[in-house]
Design a protein around this ligand. Sequence first.
Ligand code: THU
Length: 131
Amino acid sequence: MSLLKAATDVRENAHAPYSNFKVGAAIRAASGAIYVGCNVENVAYPEGTCAEAGAIAAMVAAGEVELVEALVIADSPLPVSPCGGCRQKLAEFGVQDVKITMTTMAGNSAETTIGQLLPGVFTAEHMKDAL
Ligand code: THU
């Protein structure tokens, strides 16, 4: 299955009664397996989680810790851009040149990389003298 189809399908399951903005994400892990996630909102608004976070959690729960590609989709006028927190989460599990496709339900698509999304990323290297 393609990342586009996987993310499009899982987006239907998004729980977004507060924003009415459904998001789907699909990740291809190093094994080739695809993991998906959708946004899950909560009446206590800050407790909501993003689609990308859900897909990453599914990957890790399945025992994988390296992502090689990701795609995110929403019904937005412009290709949906991962939030700041999700950029840091993506950077935890993917190298800088991992391709991230951002797309809309209408097919307006853009490509970027983890490195472009989060220049100056905070990494374990910054903590090496403390560990
Ligand atoms: N959202 C995502 O799931 N991923 C993104 O990349 C952008 C935003 C969700 C969070 C919230 O449920 C809704 O979209 C509106 O911000």
